[in-house]
Design a protein around this ligand. Sequence first.
Ligand code: ACO
Length: 384
Amino acid sequence: MSDTANSLNRYAHICGWGTAVPDNILTNAELSRMVDTTDDWIVNRTGIKQRYIANDKETTASLGVKAAKSALDTANISPNVLDLIIVATSTPEHNFPSTASIIQDELGARNAGAFDMAAACTGFVYALTVAGQIIQSGSMNTILVIGSETLSKIVNWEDRSTCVLFGDGAGAFVLQGSEVPGGILSSVLRSDGSGGDLLKVPAGGSAIPASYDSLRDNLHTITMNGREVFRFATRVMADACREVVNEAGLTMNDIDFIVPHQANVRIIEAAARNLDLPLDMFIMNMDRYGNTSAASIPLALCEAVAENKIKPYNNLVFVAFGGGLTWGATLVTWDVTTTTSHNQLWHKLRRQALYRVARIRSTIRRGTRTLEGVLWGGEEMSDK
Ligand code: ACO
């Protein structure tokens, strides 16, 4: 999946980005009062010091909407311009409707299709790749890619081997097509389903539907073989980086930063050793966020952009691994095409007005549908 295959001369550029996290922070010290663990153990084995945890009202969609609005502000575009919304998540609001459709409605993105992408922690890389390919094919021009998770809602808070790892948050990119070469240069997507049992939420799907038994046996929460996932991750991270760089016709010397999935500092250190790269080429923020699965790459990237670490035309490799098992990488040139408009504030206010109108329109639609159902629903059914 390389840029050399792009015969249409369409390129997918990142032109907007944004994040959102819940207000609540859970520190290692607080966790050590909940399960048999210590701050020392968590920091030394994972690099994590704290994570954000959603409250009852915060959901994958509400965090995703906040991140999306922030990304649309950076891109300075209206939600009406969006052709598609892809939400990478392992913690969707429901099996259906998709979280992407809920976000589409909240944003009032009237011209957009919407779907969720399930590839666990690799979800953002998968979604970015799919969005890039659709834009490069010329069939769509503007796509919103969101990674949003509320993993705290599927964590077993009595299992010290997993509950110390995960956190909640969301990150979003707006991708837009142009004839200017750059943006997404290449991608590598891989899966090895034989390792599916190493990292899973056993129940709640068609294999084990929800039942009293599944609830009693705690089968709706994350189970993981940490050591095996660790071994798998250290192997595939470096391989995926090499492959994606090769695929773009570049060498590791051309890469400025690697933005890895933020699971464990030791996994990233192992990947750096394997690739013979200095650790400061790896963007890391898991100390403050924990593992936020599909949200972790945009959360790390956006923070590095805000800190002016990422410079225009830097070559970045996004690389991730996760449940499935899945792994993948995307190589992107950070050739930000956002134009600073004199009317940026005006556009922002206009977007805020559009969001309000979208809420009202959605409420009216629901009301009208209910009313039509009452007035004509029975009649239409009996016509058939
Ligand atoms: N506090 C204290 N002790 C603990 C804790 C804890 N929170 N958790 C486990 N231990 C104990 C274990 O019980 C074990 O004790 P024992 O030797 O007496 O049996 C000991 O610590 C060592 O356990 P290990 O599992 O070998 O510890 P390890 O060094 O492998 O670290 C960890 C565990 C952090 C989970 C690591 O294996 C890891 O990061 N694995 C990868 C996880 C990951 O990246 N998951 C990705 C999920 S992405 C997605 O798709 C959702």
